[in-house]
Design a protein around this ligand. Structure first.
Ligand code: AHR
Length: 503
């Protein structure tokens, strides 16, 4: 392999503003084993008095997740939240149409929101706009957020929560542009419904923020048209537009897979352009944020046709096992989110446990970290403060899927309070000498540098194998004269933590 040199320039004044901590989110859907035998398993040796697994809660804590979206996903579009409240032994067993499962409703709104409070994450709730509508959505806000003295708030009190939950973030349905969605509708119908639901939900609690469904992915035939038609009707009522994207390696095209971050960059740029065009047409100064509330690596080609036709209770669904290459790509996708943090305010890696997840569990047994756990936990722990504009000078190349792909990508944050800098580097090519120009910072002490290099081993099955993806120290960082030299391995993701304040 040949090597080439690359320069990254960082300056404390050259930033996009604050990174919203809600960028470090995840997603729990009633799907497969995410809830049942994932976060919740009464009878498990580590289960707490509520039936939730402590071993999983500990890993969620280590992951550093700040926000969790719930209860779907496609599941929410057929879900009646009223089935999941009250005495657990009186709750109905329902056929979940999205995943052809039996939903036992042993976990519902109260159980989830109490779990979220115990593990210290902000909940983001989705309402069903597929088979339910405005009334049920507003009533769920009433149930969660009105202190008392009304039918649904008193019902919550009777169910054991005297204080309101104060859920601030609400998704107006899920992927309503997708023909697979229960209750799928056209853009204009959804735009009117989203505006009405948002108005009613905000009448129940004026402090909430709501997310309108954008396109389910960049390749949807209605992409662009969907966003502008929906927002033509709902712009003034909503606070965010959603984005979803899943990536995978197709037919061994490793170069395109390693360039997914470029695909994510371009998808975000296209959504920003589309929603800002609506704002311009409407003469609005207020700009919508983006809620990237589903993103990850997901081998959807393995999933096609794999949904069991046998209806069962929490049978496995899409339990992808990840490789070191997937970990590098996940690190790179997080960098794309950081590099758009002026507009992307919320993001959720989908999903948290078992279902295309950083955490896997065995029913009755262990819980462990998949390879993709490591870049997520490292980024969530290191990034914070302002998102710096990392100016990268690197060669570009075309891949089958994307043109002009820089061989090296970078993202960085700087916390002006602590002086801490986090620098993230993806190397999509051969091993490379990277020169980081940070003269504008004055003091610059590299505290740690760790890297994950992709290998050819493929999916790492089991806890021991997956631990091989743990980041290793990147030796040899040299700082002198306002620059730091790093040698980053081929096809790798690297995180560097720096102190810029003496002490
Ligand atoms: O995360 C799995 C599924 O992917 C979600 O239910 C859906 O919203 C998306 O298509």
């Amino acid at each position: 392999m040949t090597s080439h040199s690359v320069r990254i320039s960082l300056h404390p004044e050259d930033h996009r503003g604050e990174v919203d901590r809600r960028l470090f989110g995840s997603f729990v859907e009633h799907m497969g084993r995410c809830v049942y035998t994932g976060i919740y398993e009464p009878g498990h040796p580590t289960a707490d008095e509520h039936g939730f697994r402590r071993d999983v809660a500990d890993l969620v804590d280590e992951l550093g997740v700040t926000l969790v979206r719930y209860p779907g996903g496609n599941f929410v579009s057929g879900y009646d939240w009223r089935d999941g409240i009250g005495p657990a032994d009186q709750r109905p067993r329902r056929l979940d149409l999205a995943w052809r499962s039996i939903e036992t409703n042993q976990v519902g709104t109260d159980e989830f929101l109490r779990w979220a409070a115990r593990v210290g994450v902000e909940p983001m709730m989705a309402v069903n706009l597929g088979t339910n509508g405005v009334v049920e959505a507003a009533q769920l806000v009433e149930y969660c957020n009105v202190p008392g003295g009304t039918h649904w708030s008193d019902e919550r009190r009777r169910n054991g929560s005297a204080d309101p939950y104060g859920v601030r973030l609400w998704c107006l349905g899920n992927e309503m542009d997708g023909p697979w969605q229960t209750g799928h509708m056209d853009a204009s119908t959804y735009g009117a419904l989203a505006a009405n639901a948002a108005r009613s939900m905000k009448l129940a609690d004026p402090t909430i923020e709501v997310v309108a469904c954008g396109s389910s992915n960049h390749r949807m035939p209605t992409f662009g048209y969907w966003e502008s038609t929906v927002l033509e009707q709902a712009y003034d009522e909503v606070d965010y537009i959603s984005m979803h994207a899943y990536y995978q390696e197709h037919d061994g095209d490793r170069d395109t897979f390693l360039a997914c971050g470029v695909g994510m960059d371009r998808f975000i740029d296209d959504v920003v352009a589309t929603v800002d065009a609506v704002a311009a047409r409407k003469h609005r100064h207020r700009r919508l944020g983006i809620s990237f509330d589903e993103w990850n690596v997901w081998y959807q080609s393995r999933f096609a046709g794999s949904i069991n036709t046998d209806i069962d209770v929490s049978g496995p669904r899409i339990e992808d096992v990840y490789s070191t290459l997937d970990a590098v790509v996940v690190g790179d996708l997080l960098m794309s989110l950081l590099n758009h943090s002026d507009r992307v305010r919320i993001a959720c890696q989908a999903q948290l446990v078992n279902v295309i997840a950083p955490i896997l569990t065995e029913p009755g047994g262990d819980a462990w970290r998949q390879s993709i756990f490591y870049p997520v936990a490292t980024t969530f722990a290191a990034a914070g403060g302002h998102s710096l504009r990392a100016r990268v000078s690197a060669p570009t190349r075309d891949t089958a899927g994307y043109d002009d792909v820089p061989t090296v990508a970078a993202a960085a944050t700087h916390d002006p309070e602590t002086g801490d800098v986090a620098l993230f580097v993806t190397n999509r090519g051969a091993d490379t000498e990277v020169t980081v120009d940070h003269g504008g910072f004055g003091s610059w002490q590299v505290r740690s540098a760790v890297t994950i290099a992709a290998d050819d081993k493929g999916p790492l099955h089991g806890a021991d194998a997956a631990a091989q993806a743990r980041p290793v120290d990147l030796d040899g960082a040299r700082t002198e004269g306002g620059v730091t030299m790093l040698r980053v391995p081929a096809e790798s993701w690297t995180a560097v933590r720096v102190a810029t304040r003496a002490g």
